[in-house]
Ligand binder design. Sequence first.
Ligand code: CTP
Length: 419
Amino acid sequence: MTASVESRILLIIGGGIAAYKALELIRRLRERGVFVRVVMTEAAQRFVTKLSVESLTGNRVYNDLFAPTDDSGMGHIELSRDADLLVVAPATADLLAKMAHGLAGDLASTLLLATDKKILAAPAMNLRMWLHPATQRNISLLQKDGVVFVGPEQGEMACGEYGPGRMSEPADILAAIEHVLAHDTHIPLPAELVRNQEAASLLAGRRMLVTSGPTHEPIDPVRYIANRSSGKQGHAIAAAAAAAGADVVLISGPVALADPAGVKTIHVETARDMLREAEAALPADIFIGVAAVADWRVAETAHTKIKKDQKQTPCLTLVENPDILAAIGQRSKDRPALVVGFAAESEKLEENAHAKLIAKNCDMIVANDISEAAVFGGENNEVVILTKQGKDSFPLMSKQDVAVRLVAKLAAMLGGTSR
Ligand code: CTP
């Protein structure tokens, strides 16, 4: 059976910001002629109104466990008996916990306990709540009970954090509904609909060091040498690694970004500070140098402000900064199993990036052509990944998506090594 005129769905809307997407899901189901009855939790009604839901379904919304049977004589328990499938969207951490432990204190949880029908849940919550062992325990209990999950997705959250916990898009939930209705026996959903359930533990037990942002090299107490790096790519990688279960230390130059959730962030200013903190944070399984480290600093920082009234224009003598990536890559003791560099190139992308791979003794170089798009400071990135074994290219995508794909790739490369 696919989601069509004969199908009857009981949709349970939990109380989360993603509840608005449930309206779009109803609209798509109704377009296919599916009969949709809706139960809303108390919290759900803080996010969307019963009136909106009733207008879209053409049916009354149920929310009160103690209300007498409705005008059509529909008793509470019959609500779930009458459906082919129960869909919980958004499935909040609270609703999932009630389902996993058989609590039945309100209409939604009572129906979920009283049913013998299949249940499809689309989780949506803050990433820390999703990654919490209690939620993960509940998910595995529910999976054992036969509950099918769609999502959650990885992405930016309403709270501004980044990671797994975003509810799947209505089109994906619809595809999952059609899949579940079409298969009488339990056949797992296609991988792209469940992708982030495994992503939460890809790097569990691994330690990762990330450098990010520019460095500031002081000239005098008010002036410094810097570059246009925003830190967005490095911070996104640290966030994606933490969301994948890694223990992450982020060594960040001066940036206008919040410290990523669940990441130990150390703030530094100069290249030499960054090197010292990176070495102090070893050992680690992975080191990723994303920072646009200033290649030079002034030989002598002036302790007082350099004044204009000098007879001559000041002449700055520059000396080379330590190369952090090379220092980590070439260590004989405590060298991370994977040392990854970035290469910002404006010409001969692969040739120059390959030279850095060898010179700095890296396992991987992520190369980007900075002449192409507004990479520095921008939201997107298009990268070529070089290893000693070969190369791979990611098309233009958000820096967050680059981070998620890179983390998955590194987890696969580390896969065979011991924890
Ligand atoms: N890097 C570093 N320390 C430095 C310079 C660079 O750790 N002092 C790291 C960067 O974090 C990046 C990689 O080396 O991972 C390459 O940086 P990039 O600026 O592209 O190249 P450079 O080595 O500085 O060489 P050039 O500027 O000549 O291209």
